[in-house]
Design a protein around this ligand. Structure first.
Ligand SMILES: Nc1ncnc2c1ncn2[C@@H]1O[C@H](COP(=O)(O)OP(=O)(O)O)[C@@H](O)[C@H]1O
Ligand SMILES: [Mg+2]
Length: 164
């Protein structure tokens, strides 16, 4: 499934977290979401929302400095926050044993473009900072990968439209 979904705007970290929470509430074991965007785009911010939406504690979600894999126990699954930035290009995710992790959990991966994740059929979400304001962001699911994530994103889009 490679159908781009609606572009949603965010003008604050709180809004980005709320969008993440909408995805987090829909997450299922086995889901892998790769987040794309430059440093400071808001990827970790979105993960905070994902963990909250999945029923976990978002406070512990931070940009990993030395740790590239941080599991967060949530209501019915574990959200695995992975950040491959420190591994650089040509990274191998084999060390993470994602296969086992995905049996009872989902993974949200920053800098996933540094590794070949194709066998996990990941969803791909892009965060762009187009301006003009420093806090302006545009987020879209480049590839939802699964119907339930596509539905969750559409629902977020519709609830935004209903609120305006
Ligand atoms: N609309 C927004 N969404 C997300 N973060 C934002 C937004 N506006 C400003 N920010 C700021 O941008 C930074 C994003 O940091 P972070 O989530 O760690 O980015 P990344 O993980 O992509 O490097 C934070 O300092 C956050 O406060
Ligand atoms: Mg980050």
């Amino acid at each position: 499934m490679a159908r781009s979904s609606p572009r949603l705007t965010s003008d604050s970290p709180a809004v980005t977290e709320a969008l993440g929470a909408g995805l987090g509430a829909a997450l299922r074991a086995g889901d892998v979401i790769v987040l794309t965007g430059v440093l400071g785009a808001g990827k970790t911010c979105l993960v905070r929302g994902v963990v909250a939406g999945a029923g976990g504690d978002p406070v512990g979600v931070r940009s990993p400095t030395f740790v590239i894999h941080q599991p967060h126990r949530c209501s019915s699954l574990t959200v695995h926050h992975v950040d491959l930035y420190r591994l650089g290009g040509g990274a191998s995710v084999d060390v993470l044993d994602l296969d086992s992790a995905l049996q009872g959990g989902a993974a949200v991966i920053e800098w996933g473009e540094y590794a070949d994740l194709s066998r996990f059929s990941p969803a791909s979400l892009c965060i762009d900072a187009p301006g003009p304001g420093p806090d302006d962001r545009v987020l879209w699911l480049v590839d939802p990968a699964s119907a339930h994530l596509a539905r969750a994103w559409r629902a977020l889009s519709q609830s935004r439209q209903a609120a305006t």
